[in-house]
Design a protein. Structure first.
Length: 131
């Protein structure tokens, strides 16, 4: 089913299927890309999707949702979904890295939740390429 977030801090989307632990050799790079579709469940909110390496936030995307629609150009609140995408390059240092997808909404202040779609052929993906 869908991944649902109603938090005020970042949490793993799926620590089993959307996370990867790898040792990146010195002189190599790990290219990480992730994408999917976010769907707010109501109200006004700001949501965040991010890549983390352990407890370190690598990159984050932020979107706002209001009764008038999404900040990404959605013309009305009836659009219902917002695609997202992230990418990041981690330089190899010979150490182990655990990269995972995390998300957060400001639900605590706006009484709303957000979900990352994982149903009906729409699901989040992560691609790891060692170069």
């Amino acid at each position: 089913g869908n991944y649902v977030a109603a938090t005020g801090s970042f949490a793993a989307v799926d620590g089993t299927n959307l996370a990867y632990t790898v040792t990146i050799p010195t002189g190599s790079n790990l290219v990480v890309t992730a994408n999917g579709v976010f769907s707010p469940t109501g109200g006004t909110s700001t949501w965040y999707i991010a890549l983390f390496d352990g407890g370190t936030k690598l990159t984050v995307e932020e979107e706002s949702w209001t009764a008038a629609g999404a900040s990404n150009g959605c013309p009305s609140a009836n659009c219902g979904t917002m695609p997202w995408g992230l990418s990041y390059v981690i330089a190899g240092d010979g150490l182990s890295h655990t990269v995972q997808l995390e998300y957060e909404t400001d639900a605590a202040s706006n009484d709303t939740t957000g979900r990352i779609l994982n149903t009906g052929g729409i699901f989040p993906t992560m691609l790891f390429t060692l170069q």
